[in-house]
Design a protein around this ligand. Structure first.
Ligand SMILES: [Zn+2]
Length: 230
C-alpha cells in the first residue's frame, strides 16, 4: 500500500487514500473502495428477502431469528482482498466501514429491528496479541450503533487456539461437542443477540458460539457476517 496521509470521513472513520480492492488512488467522493471495485461487489441482499442459503446452513443445528451476510465471498476479487487486508494487513478500519454499510442496509429492513445486544465471535488471546485487534469488533460496534443496541466484546471467550475450520478436511473438522468457546459474562434473560463474524463457511464457529449464548434463558439469536463463502 502506498504511504500517503490517511483521510477522515464525516463519521470519524480514518482510511488510506487508496482503494483497498485495487490499490488505485481514490478520487474525491470515494471512500475505502473506488467506484469500479464498489460496483463489482457481489451483494447477497439476504436481509431484503431471501436468506434461505444462510438458514439452510444452520438448519437443525441452532434456531435463529434473522441471518444475513453482506457479500458472497469469492476466492479472487475485491471481497477476498478486503478480508485479507482486514485480517492480515492491519487494515482495521475495514471492519467499521462494513459494519456501517450493513447497519444502514438493515435499517431499511423490517427484520433486525429488535436487537438488544451485539456480540462478536471472539478470537483467542494469542491471536489478539499478534493481530492487535479482533477483526469483527469494529463491524459489531458499528452495527450496534446503527441498530440502537449495546455492543459487548467479552461475553464469550475462546479458550483454545484452533485451526481455521475452512483449512481442515471433513474428518478433521472440530467436533461440535468439544467447543473452544465459553460463556464468561452474564446476559439478561430474554435478550435478542446479534452474533457477528467475518466470513461464514461451514457455520461451525457461529453454531458453537450460539450454543453458549443459548444457555441463557429465553434468548433469541440472529446472525450477521461480512461475507458468506459459497
Ligand atoms: Zn478499486
Amino acid at each position: 500500500m502506498k504511504m500517503q496521509l490517511w483521510m477522515k470521513d464525516f463519521f470519524g472513520l480514518w482510511y488510506p487514500p487508496v482503494c483497498v480492492g485495487c490499490d488505485s488512488t481514490l478520487s474525491t467522493g470515494e471512500k475505502v473502495l473506488c467506484t469500479s471495485c464498489l460496483s463489482s461487489l457481489p451483494l447477497t441482499d439476504f436481509h431484503k428477502g431471501n436468506d434461505q442459503l444462510l438458514r439452510d446452513l444452520f438448519f437443525a443445528r441452532i434456531e435463529i431469528e434473522y441471518a444475513t451476510s453482506l457479500f458472497y465471498y469469492e476466492k479472487i476479487g475485491t471481497v477476498q482482498q478486503m478480508m485479507h487486508q482486514l485480517k492480515y494487513g492491519g487494515q482495521e478500519y475495514i471492519s467499521d466501514y462494513l459494519g456501517t454499510w450493513l447497519s444502514s442496509e438493515l435499517n431499511e429492513s423490517l427484520s433486525f429491528q429488535d436487537i438488544d445486544l451485539v456480540i462478536p465471535v471472539p478470537v483467542h488471546e494469542k491471536r489478539l496479541k499478534t493481530r492487535g485487534y479482533n477483526q469483527v469488533s469494529g463491524f459489531g460496534k458499528a452495527l450496534a450503533v446503527g441498530l440502537g443496541a449495546r455492543f459487548r466484546e467479552s461475553v464469550i471467550t475462546k479458550t483454545r487456539n484452533t485451526i481455521k475450520q475452512a483449512q481442515l478436511n471433513q474428518s478433521q473438522r472440530i467436533d461440535e461437542r468439544k467447543s473452544p468457546y465459553k460463556l464468561t459474562e452474564a446476559v439478561a434473560e430474554g435478550s435478542h443477540i446479534l452474533l457477528v463474524d467475518d466470513v461464514v463457511t461451514t457455520g461451525t464457529t457461529l453454531v458453537l458460539c450460539a450454543r453458549e449464548l443459548l444457555k441463557i434463558p429465553d434468548v433469541k439469536i440472529s446472525i450477521a457476517t461480512m461475507a458468506i463463502a459459497v
